[in-house]
Every structure is written in C-alpha cells, then in structure tokens.
Design a protein around this ligand. Structure first.
Ligand code: GDP
Ligand code: MN
Length: 369
C-alpha cells in the first residue's frame, strides 16, 4: 500500500526527519485557511498516489493569496494519470539549492534492503546518468552508523550536511524497518544555504502482508473509494456499469476478456488488472475490492499464469468466497500446477473453465445481459 505524501511526511515527523510546516486541506476554503497558518510564499501540492505529479502541474509555488485561490481551484480539478486530486497539502515554501535523493528500498533480487542516495535528486531522478547513485546494503538488524557515514562520504558530503544526512538516513532506515515498508524515499531532500537538510517529498510503500500489524494507516475518503483502494494496491482499475466484474493479470488479457464479454452479449462491471504477478494476496485484495461493486452480478477471474503458482491463486479464491456471501465467481486459470488448482477448487463453488470463452459464457449467463 502506498501512502499519500502527507501521510508519509507525518511518519517522517514521528521519526524526527525534518519536513516543512504544512496543513492538509480537503477543499478550497480549507486550503485558504491553511494558507493563513502556513503563510506566504507557500507550495500547494495535489495529494495523489500516481507518479509524475510535479510534471503534471500538481506542485505549485504561490506568492500571493490571489495566486493561491486560483491555483487551489485548478489543483482540485486536476487529474494526475487519471487520478483526481484527493486533497491539497499546503506547505511552507523552502528556499533551497541542491536537491538530493535518498531511499531505503527492498532489493528483491538480493533479498535484502539497500540504502540508495544521489546528489542529484528531484524530478525524473530515474533518467539521470548512471553512476549518480551510490548504495550500501542494509542488514536485517539495521544500518550501522559507520555504513550511514560511508554513504554520505561517497556522496562527497561534509560538515553540517554530512552529519544531518547520516542522522536522516538512520531515521529513515529505522522507519522502514519498524513500519515494515517496501520503500521509504525522500526526493527531493533539499539542502539549505546553511547546509541543513529537509524532506520536501515522501514516498512510502508499506508491505501489504504486514498491514494487519499497522491499523493506524487510515485512508482519505476518495471520490470513488474502490478506485482509491485499487490505487493503493497498484491495480489498474476502471469502474464500468455492466454486470460482470472482470479481473485478470495483464492489461492485454483483461482487455481481450472485456471483448469476449461484449461478444457474448454481456457488459463488464469493471476492468481490473492485477499487474504482472498474480500472487495470492493480490488476488484476494482484488476479489474483496470487486465485491464492493454494486452493479456486479458475477465475477470473472481470468489468470494466465506462466510462472504463477495457480494453486496459490486457487487458495486465494477459496479464502475470499468463503469469507462472506458474494456474487458467483467464475474462473479460468492456466499455468503452473493447474490440475492441482482445479482439484482445490472443486467443491468450493467456484467453477473453473479450460478456456476464457467458456468462463465468459458462464459468467454472462449468470449475470444476465
Ligand atoms: P513529485 O513530482 O510528485 O515528486 O513532487 P515533489 O514533491 O517532489 O515536488 C516536485 C518538485 O517541486 C521538487 O523537485 C522541487 O523542485 C519542487 N518543490 C517542492 N516543494 C518545494 C518547496 O517547498 N520549495 C521549492 N522551491 N520547490 C519545491
Ligand atoms: Mn518527489
């Protein structure tokens, strides 16, 4: 689950990482009263989970109250990557020079966390020249003072900046470990003229499997709560007004399934792409999500698992359908351990079909046209 910038910054504050003074506003009038507290100049920041916000015009510096009024209106109407602005963060503007990058992230390939940093952070940090990033592995028991100092030294930091960098990095690493994050990123980490540092942005991704241990992460009431939910899991999700909820892995597969539903005379209740891997927890989250679609009369799950263990998918389906009553689920599951998956599902009330066509016909038959 990805946190909003303001949620990530609240977490930073709790761990002693310096952030600008700010106030969250859920509408234009709240934005203007927040401005009264924060003062001018201020930065207005659209709260969205999608990336590329700065480039999409979602971050703006305002110098006058008139500017702020105009920009707040624009930002509340803005969509970033199709996602509407959920709230505005009204923040004290920072006067700074350099913008650095620092993060603690899970390196799945090496099965360990790694601390990454760069002198040239800011927008589009991904496209910077190779070699601009330095990294040190983070042992499970935590980052040592000396490793944190080493990273700062490799960036060429000295004096006050070097000391602050070490302290922020150690705090960020503790946050990542204690809150069970997959990623805790500060970009930009701004450098003031006196050498001090401040986190101007936050990107925090919590491990979904550990969320039950962190009930405090509440969520904003988004325009469409299901879309908000979907964004948090990284699903591509579009609510439609038909009766068959379509869930699959891979945008092409889900789109072609929508075509099959239409060919069969049905209408889809949603498009939900789980993304590449179809792990059990994601399948479960997707089913719980589409359970909330009022127009759906059937759910069609189309998983094409090359390397996906379909037994995991089957177990996920069984978990969710046995949790509480829901509309019938129809499945087409192909991939590793397919026969075992089918055996698991027999008797679960979830019919499994050999082809997508058959599954579609059954789902449309159930849902009606
Ligand atoms: P992102 O595009 O979603 O990553 O948005 P950020 O919060 O990282 O902001 C994008 C850019 O806006 C940053 O790289 C900064 O250059 C600039 N920015 C953000 N906050 C401030 C601020 O308080 N003062 C100034 N001068 N620039 C800011
Ligand atoms: Mn950023």
């Amino acid at each position: 689950m990805r946190l909003f910038e303001y949620e990530g910054k609240a977490l930073f504050s709790r761990y002693g990482i310096p952030v600008p003074r700010s106030k969250l506003a859920r509408d234009e009038s709240q934005a203007l009263s927040a401005l009264g507290e924060v003062g001018l100049p201020a930065v207005l920041k659209a709260q969205v989970l999608s990336g590329g916000r700065g480039n999409a015009g979602g971050v703006v510096l305002v110098r006058t109250r008139g500017d702020a009024e105009k920009e707040a209106g624009r930002l509340f109407a803005l969509k970033v990557g199709g996602e509407p602005t959920r709230a505005l963060l009204v923040e004290e503007a920072s006067e700074h020079g350099e913008e650095m990058y620092v993060s603690i992230t899970l390196n799945r390939g090496r099965r360990e966390f790694v601390a990454l940093a760069s002198r040239s952070g800011g927008m589009e940090v991904e496209s910077r020249a190779e070699g601009a990033m330095v990294d040190v592995p983070v042992p499970l028991e935590g980052l040592s003072d000396s490793a944190a100092s080493e990273l700062g030294a490799r960036l060429g930091l000295s004096g006050k900046t070097s000391a602050e960098f070490r302290s922020i990095l150690l705090k960020l690493e503790r946050l990542c470990r204690e809150e069970e994050c997959e990623l805790a990123e500060i970009n930009p980490l701004a450098v003031h003229a006196d050498g001090s540092l401040i986190a101007l942005d936050s990107k925090v991704v919590l491990d979904d499997n550990a969320l039950f241990r962190h009930p405090e992460f509440s969520q904003l009431p988004p325009e469409d709560p299901l879309e908000g939910e979907a964004a948090r899991f990284g699903f591509a999700f579009v609510r439609l007004d038909g009766r068959v909820a379509v869930v699959g892995n891979g945008a092409g597969l889900v789109l072609s399934t929508l075509d099959l539903v239409a060919d069969a005379g049905g209408k889809a209740a949603c498009f939900l792409d789980l993304g590449g891997g179809a792990q059990r927890d994601r399948v479960e989250a997707a089913l719980r999500l589409v359970r909330g679609l009022p127009s759906a009369r059937a759910v069609l799950v189309n998983i094409f698992g090359g390397i996906t263990r379909t037994t995991d998918v089957a177990e996920g389906l069984i978990d969710v359908v046995s949790e509480r009553p829901m509309v019938p689920v129809f499945a087409r599951i192909s991939g590793a351990e397919e026969a075992e998956a089918r055996a698991l599902l027999s008797g679960s009330g979830v019919p499994v079909y050999a082809t997508a066509q058959e599954a579609v016909l059954a789902a449309v038959g159930e849902a009606g046209r």
